[in-house]
Design a protein around this ligand. Structure first.
Ligand code: IPE
Ligand code: IPE
Ligand code: MG
Length: 237
């Protein structure tokens, strides 16, 4: 990639289209999830290489529990094997893994695998990988509000301490705002993904299903990002 290109500091990826990817190949939906892991491994390495500092990945929404039990169970097992095996290479690659989302009602084994990889990568510095698992923006607003109310009730903060910066610091993770949100598979919506953090993000909706979202596809997204003129409410430069 051209080294003069601007790289977004924080990229959000809504990894959508796994089911359709598999169905179009005459396979069961879960094969799409399995293939997404390969894609994701290559993508993580690539993002670290090109200098992305923060990447938020939408892995499972609070609403995804509405799916058939067999698909949810498959995904939970896939998360366990991913964090316990497939993604161990992140430890050496200086990638720090953190999670956003509600722990309830995730199975104990998934929580253990999450805690393990988070602990093993906690001192890494190159790329922060924020995995949104059992994540929803609405749930995050509720949980953040409750957390702040508790602090107020315990007398730890005054009403005037609550400002935009304070709310940002009390979200699931204290990360910089999203610069670029990519949703694969051609769907044009957020589906409850980081609504607060995406307030001034640029959006990109490639048609490819996530298992086909290769590093080359990511580079196309970066090229497009470089054609955007971000104004943040100011005037065009
Ligand atoms: C995204 O792919 C993965 C998850 C939501 C876990 P989908 O499973 O939503 O695939 P499509 O959108 O049905 O093709
Ligand atoms: C959003 O995709 C969630 C993830 C990619 C993890 P969905 O496939 O669940 O979203 P909808 O239902 O099409 O809006
Ligand atoms: Mg989908």
């Amino acid at each position: 990639m051209d080294k003069d290109l601007k790289i977004p500091n924080h990229v959000g990826i809504i990894m959508d289209g796994n089911g359709r990817w598999a169905q179009e190949r005459g396979m069961v939906r879960t094969m799409g999830h399995k293939n997404a892991i390969k894609t994701l491994k290559a993508l993580c390495l690539h993002m670290a290489d090109v200098g992305v500092k923060y990447a938020s990945l939408y892995a499972f929404s609070t609403e995804n529990f509405k799916r058939e039990k067999s698909e949810v169970d498959y995904l939970m097992d896939l998360f366990i094997t991913s964090f316990k095996k497939e993604f161990k290479f992140l430890i050496e690659k200086n990638v720090r893994v953190v999670f956003s989302g509600r722990r309830e009602p995730l199975p104990e084994k998934v929580l253990e695998a999450m805690d393990e990889i988070q602990e093993q990568t906690k001192n890494n510095k190159d790329l922060v990988l924020n995995i949104c698992l059992n994540y929803g923006s609405h749930a995050e607003m509720v949980d953040t509000t409750k957390k702040i109310c508790e602090m107020y009730k315990e007398g730890k903060i005054a009403l005037d301490d609550i400002n935009e910066e304070f709310i940002q610091k009390n979200l699931y993770q204290d990360l910089p705002p999203l610069d670029y949100v990519i949703r694969t598979s051609g769907e044009l919506r957020l589906s409850n993904f980081m609504m607060y953090q995406a307030s001034y993000a640029e959006f990109y909706f490639p048609k490819v299903y996530f298992p086909d979202f290769t590093p080359e596809e990511f580079d196309k997204a970066i090229l497009e990002f470089n054609h955007r003129n971000r104004r943040f409410g100011g005037v065009k430069k």
